[in-house]
Design a protein around this ligand. Structure first.
Ligand code: AGP
Length: 609
């Protein structure tokens, strides 16, 4: 999730581009760049790090030109660096492109281009677009763009300019947001509305597969084949702060709503959709040798550790391999026993958590091979691990992790299924059935978010509960842990998670009429066990909310309230059942007048021990 901008008008483009990029830094802030077309031709400036480094770099320059494009990056391919920053150009430097999204077939296109003598400067997927545009350019930039779109697969919002077409910017959208700002004598492109509100409130929203050609005095629209399309502007009356949150009240609510897209992005490039549905982890360098491990050890902190607990159930279920999962701060001091055939999966949204890095370095020193699951390209964890699988969730601003968690789960499931397939535990038919279920999850997550008012109402009746217990079995126990953490960290409610079978071994002593119990019930084979656990807590006066499938009536008589999620395969429910629990925590925090984005005493990345 990067931020792209573009300006064509009568003003000097550079200050407009920088100003607009500042409003998009919440979308990505690991490097930035601009390309401005002036009398001397195309001038490109790029810098690693936050936008201020680019500003410092150009502060010494006089960049003339009233047309240009810009980019602030959230790396997906290629570590943050000057050369990997956007804009990317063709060999002659006459064509420049900025991109937000993922080109899924970039490796194939890169090999073809290198076969035709192109020498790549960067490790990015985007650079293939600049060279393809060059190949297709015969004087008409729009035609070159249309021909290039026929070759690339994936998600993209593009801004394209060419030295030989100084009167136009071309913008394209597919599965990545892009708006066109319609001004007086000037027009702008941006990944999101905040970037252009200072210049105009008249906005065209591009639909997927639509192309815009911006001139100083008008904007023409086309479909992907070049057929003209009529569009109307929409008047936007948001203030910038609200716009940065995409109209949501808080980043946490926005990020919960980004989960369907984040799950799609994290899954799509790792599924081969040719004849048989299979998993493709070649991009991360994963091969059959990894599946020969004798044990999987997962270590992480906080929410990432909860993804590890789900991982334990997933690997044992799909790959029949023993799994140890441990919080990193314990692991690093318990003098763990290493086995030369161990592989370690280290999970961290930030890739910078001190305890997690220390645990990784211990395992590395002991000779273990490391797979990292992280959300930040170029993070310390990513740089030191043997293999890195990125959660393509985009920047996560709210301290409480939501979309990074569900995409960590998607990565864990993909690796576990691949292990199961390579170890012959899963037949090709079983693998295909599981992949089909994974592919349905983004839409199912969206369906839960569309019904959030029900949880909002439940929270408004229960936000003052002094004791909230989450309970479940197997995958549901793992999600109980995560749900209790969410409620604790943002609503400051004392909340605990129990393996439901553990209740009668002590915790049930805490249960009384002031207790709310949220029972997560999606493991079909254990419905009867969960039903009796719910009866046990209700007998002590607790209120019981059950989270179960939308077509499941097993708990109709037992539960006080039921929140229903779409049916999927039992092992995959964590990616769905956690969402109502995230929402519950969020609405309880809001009801208590707290700021869910900045909870007290917590930091987004814990880089100290
Ligand atoms: C989760 O909402 C918290 N922000 C916290 O528990 C977090 O998961 C933990 O600090 C680990 O962070 P990481 O994933 O960046 O390593």
């Amino acid at each position: 999730m990067c931020g792209i901008v573009g300006y064509i008008g009568d003003k000097e483009a550079t200050p407009v581009l920088i100003n607009a990029l500042k409003k998009l830094e919440y979308r990505g802030y690991d490097s930035a760049g601009i390309a401005v077309l002036g009398k001397e031709g195309l001038a490109v400036y790029k810098a690693k790090g936050a936008l201020k480094f680019l500003e410092a770099k150009i502060s010494k320059e006089i960049i003339k030109g009233s047309m240009g494009i810009g980019h602030t990056r959230w790396a997906t391919h290629g570590e943050p660096s000057d050369v990997n920053s956007h804009p990317h150009t063709n060999v002659s430097g006459k064509i420049a492109v900025v991109h937000n999204g993922i080109i899924e077939n970039y490796a194939k296109l890169k090999a073809w281009l290198e076969g035709n003598g192109i020498v790549f400067r960067s490790q990015t997927d985007t650079e293939v677009i600049a060279h393809l545009l060059d190949f297709n350019y015969k004087g008409n930039l729009l035609e070159a763009v249309i021909a290039t779109l026929k070759k690339i697969e994936g998600s993209y919002a593009l801004g394209v300019i060419c030295e030989d077409n100084p009167d136009q910017i071309i913008a394209v959208r597919k599965d990545s947001p892009l708006v066109i700002g319609s001004g007086v004598g000037e027009n702008l492109i941006a990944s999101d509305v905040p970037a252009i509100l200072e210049y105009t409130r008249e906005v065209y929203y591009l639909n997927d597969h639509e192309i815009a050609v911006l001139y100083r005095d008008r904007v023409d629209f086309f479909d992907a084949d070049g057929t003209p399309v009529a569009k109307k502007t929409v008047h936007v009356d948001w203030d910038v702060a609200a716009a940065e949150k995409g109209g949501y009240e808080h980043f946490m609510l926005k990020e919960m709503h980004e989960q369907p897209k984040a799950l799609t992005d994290t899954l799509r490039a790792r599924i081969k959709t040719d004849s048989k549905r299979t998993i493709n982890l070649e991009e991360i360098g994963f091969d059959a040798s990894w599946a020969k491990a004798e044990r999987v050890v997962i270590t992480a902190c906080g929410t990432a550790w909860h993804a590890g607990v789900v991982g334990k159930y997933a690997f044992e279920h799909f790959a029949r391999i023993p799994v140890d999962v441990d919080v990193a701060s314990e692991f690093r001091y318990r003098n763990p026993v290493f086995n030369p055939k161990d592989i370690f999966i280290i999970i961290s949204q930030s890739g910078e958590t001190a305890d997690t890095l220390a645990a990784m370095r211990m395992a590395k020193k002991a000779g273990a091979r490391i797979i990292a699951i992280t959300n930040v390209v170029g993070s310390t964890l990513a740089r030191e691990a043997d293999l890195v699988m990125y959660t393509w969730a985009g920047p996560e601003i709210a301290v409480a992790s939501t979309k990074a968690f569900t995409t960590q789960l998607m990565c864990v499931y993909l690796i576990a299924l691949q292990f199961g397939s390579l170890r012959g535990v899963l037949s090709p038919a079983e693998l295909a059935k599981n992949i089909e279920a994974l592919e349905k999850l983004p839409a199912q997550a969206q369906a839960i978010l569309d019904g959030k008012e029900e949880i909002q109402r439940f929270a408004s009746r229960n936000f003052n509960k002094s004791k909230v217990f989450f309970m479940g079995r197997l995958f549901d126990y793992a999600i109980s842990l995560e749900s209790a953490l969410k409620l604790k960290e943002i609503s400051y409610t004392h909340s605990e998670a129990f393996a439901a079978g553990e209740l009668k071994h002590g915790p049930i002593a805490l249960v009384d009429t002031s207790t709310l119990v949220v029972a997560i019930c999606t493991q079909t084979a254990l419905f009867d066990k969960m039903d009796s656990n719910i009866k046990e807590v209700k007998a002590r006066g607790a209120t019981a909310l059950v989270i179960t499938y939308d077509d499941e009536h097993y708990f109709d008589k037992t539960a006080d309230e039921i929140f229903r999620i779409p049916r999927t395969l039992d092992p995959f429910t964590p990616m769905l059942s956690v969402i109502p629990c995230q929402l519950f925590a969020y609405y309880c925090a809001v009801q208590r007048g707290l700021d869910p984005d900045k909870p007290r005493n917590l930091a987004k990345s814990v880089t100290v021990e």
